[in-house]
Structure formats: structure tokens, C-alpha cells
Design a protein around this ligand. Structure first.
Ligand code: NAD
Length: 356
């Protein structure tokens, strides 16, 4: 059997690298990563995949149309799994421009590059080609205390990040309906796990708690997120790209709703167990000004993915979090330089005008 060849955009980031590692190490695929290498990227994330000789990194901006068209034509992939994005809600509040450029214009450039390549294919190569657009459940807006996001939930994004992802989802669907490009879309809940850049809640809290620093919790900590271990997401993405029905959306989530305060407390308890400190780490928790436009609750109904494609999350929040905390304890070499030079934990995303 010939080896599957896949382009993964954003493959040096958190989820993209989990997907690249999964494809190369678990599925014996060949992966070409296209990544601009922003602050969120790290080549170490794909070192194990690169070591096999079946993963290559191309450093390029997905907004560069000609470069994307040339790369896709030259690499001749069977699938394009599109994850490159600006991904941090707080940064989208402080500086939305990059989000519109990468998430909207960049997705447009990838769709056009894929369309030009696909139009020239014939027979089985044309029939089997897939473009998976990877998105978030944040496009659906905020839930009240009851109910779940379904694939049919109307879009109602709140932040510049989710609005830019919503726009890109619509472009992907339009390229299917208008041009017939074989597109599938996935919308996933909050991910966590190894190699997560320490600006996001879980790694930030693990590292601050380890260093005895304050643990910021937005508002009263009652906002609810539905957490999924990143390797479960990577398996879902590969499955959706291969077996998903064209033009369809698949919601991905692990049925692990937790308030932010519960998440932070759980991390404190896990660390107290593994590396006991002088005082319980829960004492480091500080409630801080809420994020503007902070959605109250996200929760995913993943029934379609489970029933139609047979996917199941392998980790629940307790097992996934224990693995994650262990990984950060064992991989200080990965995060120490990031904390020192790239991002040391300062507050981002308050919408007040920035001081000069
Ligand atoms: P990330 O920020 O860790 O990684 C994004 C990657 O994209 C980085 O490697 C970055 O260098 C690259 N990139 C950014 N701009 C680029 C550009 N112009 N050209 C080429 N590469 C560029 O993000 P992530 O958390 O891994 O998210 C990946 C995808 O999954 C995103 O599309 C995001 O919207 C989606 N998603 C994320 C979550 C989550 O919980 N993190 C949940 C659902 C969906």
C-alpha cells in the first residue's frame, strides 16, 4: 500500500504537532508541515516526527497565495489538514488584525491553492482528495446552563478570534458548495495536553503553581469549558479527514465540562500530590477582572462523530490532566525557554486602550 501524504498547516503548533506526530508515528503517513513559526510554534513539537524522515517543515506564511499554490502543486498531497491560525482569544482582543489576516485570508489562500491543485487531478486521485478545515466550538457563541452545541447550532461568535474562525468556516463550506472542493469541517471544544503553549489556562496554571506564582482566574471562575485531550482530537481529525462525508461538519468533544475554578483547583491538587509544597497551592488562586465578552459555557454534542465514524475519546478529564501535569513536570527543557523569552505569564486581552 502506498503511504498517505498529508499537508498539515500550523503543524508546529499545539494541535497541529499532535496531529503530525499521530500521522507519522501511529499511521506511518508522510507529513509536510507548513508553518510560519509564530511565537506559538516550536520545532521541538515535531522533533520525534522529523526524526523518522517522514515529516518535513516548510516555513511559510499561509497568506502568501503563490507560495501556497506552488507548495501544494509540488507536494501533491492526498489530504490537506488546515490548522494554521492565530488561536488565543485574549490576543485577539488586544490585536485582532493578525486574526483576520491569518484565519480568514490565510484560509482563503489555502482553499484556493487546494482548488487549483484538485482541479488538475483525475480519477481516484481526484475522488479521494480531502481538505479538512479545523475549527472551534467557539463559533457557536455561549450556552446557558442547559443544552449542547450540535452541528446545526447557529453561529453566534463573541470574540475577534471566534468571529474570524466563523468566517473561515463559511469560506470552507462555500468552496464545497460553489466549486465542489471536497471539504469537511470539524469544530472542537477546548484542548489540553503536552506541548501546549503556556499562555493558555491549563499550562499557565501548572507552571505558575510550580513556580509559586499567583493563579489568575477570570471573573468568579464559573465559566464552563468542555475539555478534550489533544491526542483524542488528533485521532478524530485523521478519521474525519479520511471518512467524513463531504460538505459536512463534525463536532468533536469529550463530554468533560468543568468550571474554570474546578480546573485550577484540580491542577493544584494534582501538583500537591506529585510535588508537595509548604502550603496547599489552592492558596495561590486569585480572581481577576473578567475577559471582555467572556462566553459563559461551551459544551459539545459529539454523537455524530461517535455514531457515524466510530470515534471515542480515550481520556477523561482526570486521566488526561494527570498525564498533562506529569508531562510538564518531566519536560522543563521545553517550557523553561518559553517562559523566559517568549511569554512569562503577563495579563493579555483587557480591552481598555493600551498605555503608550
Ligand atoms: P497554536 O496557536 O498552538 O498553533 C497555531 C500554529 O499556526 C502555530 O504553529 C503558528 O506558527 C501557525 N501559524 C499562525 N499563523 C500562521 C500563518 N499565517 N501561516 C502559517 N502558519 C501560521 O494553535 P492550536 O491550539 O494548535 O490550534 C490549531 C487549530 O485548531 C486552530 O485552527 C484553532 O482555531 C483550532 N482549535 C483549537 C482549539 C484549542 O483548544 N486550542 C480548539 C478547537 C479548535
Amino acid at each position: 500500500m502506498t503511504r498517505k501524504k498529508v499537508i498539515v498547516t500550523g503543524g508546529a503548533g499545539f494541535i497541529g504537532s499532535a496531529l503530525a506526530r499521530h500521522l507519522v508515528l501511529e499511521e506511518d503517513a508522510e507529513v509536510v508541515v507548513i508553518d510560519k513559526m509564530t511565537y506559538a510554534a516550536n520545532r521541538a513539537n515535531i522533533a520525534s516526527a522529523e526524526a523518522t524522515g517522514r515529516c518535513r517543515l516548510i516555513v511559510e506564511d499561509i497568506c502568501h497565495q503563490q507560495a501556497m499554490t506552488d507548495i501544494v502543486a509540488r507536494e501533491k498531497p492526498q489530504q490537506i489538514l488546515h490548522l494554521a491560525a492565530e488561536s488565543h482569544v485574549d490576543r485577539s482582543i488586544s490585536g485582532p488584525r493578525d486574526f483576520v489576516e491569518t484565519n480568514v485570508i490565510g484560509t482563503y489562500a489555502m482553499l484556493e491553492a487546494a482548488r487549483a491543485y484538485w482541479a488538475g487531478l483525475k480519477g481516484a486521485e481526484k475522488d479521494d482528495f480531502r481538505f479538512l478545515h479545523v475549527s472551534t466550538d467557539e463559533v457557536y457563541g455561549s450556552l446557558g446552563p442547559e443544552g449542547l452545541f450540535h452541528e446545526t447550532t447557529p453561529y453566534d461568535p463573541s470574540s475577534p478570534y471566534s468571529a474570524s474562525k466563523a468566517a473561515s468556516d463559511h469560506l470552507a463550506k462555500a468552496w464545497f458548495r460553489t466549486y465542489g472542493l471536497p471539504v469537511v469541517v470539524s469544530n472542537c471544544s477546548n484542548n489540553y495536553g503536552p506541548y501546549h503553549f503556556p499562555e493558555k489556562l491549563i499550562p499557565l496554571v501548572i507552571l505558575n503553581a510550580l513556580e509559586g506564582k499567583e493563579l489568575p482566574v477570570y471573573g468568579d471562575g464559573s465559566n464552563i469549558r468542555d475539555w478534550l485531550y489533544v491526542e483524542d482530537h488528533a485521532r478524530a481529525l485523521s478519521l474525519i479527514a479520511t471518512k467524513g462525508e463531504l460538505g459536512e461538519t463534525y463536532n468533536v468533544g469529550g463530554r468533560n465540562e468543568r468550571t474554570n475554578l474546578q480546573v485550577v483547583e484540580k491542577i493544584c491538587d494534582e501538583l500537591d500530590k506529585l510535588v508537595p509544597g509548604e502550603r496547599p497551592r489552592r492558596e495561590l488562586i486569585r480572581f481577576v477582572t473578567d475577559r471582555p465578552g467572556h462566553d459563559h459555557r461551551y459544551a459539545i454534542d459529539a454523537t455524530k462523530l461517535e455514531t457515524d465514524l466510530g470515534w471515542r475519546a480515550q481520556e477523561n478529564f482526570e486521566t488526561g490532566l494527570a498525564k498533562t501535569v506529569r508531562w510538564y513536570l518531566d519536560n522543563a527543557d521545553w517550557w523553561t525557554p518559553l517562559r523566559k523569552t517568549v511569554y512569562s505569564g503577563e495579563r493579555l486581552g483587557l480591552s481598555e486602550p493600551q498605555k503608550a
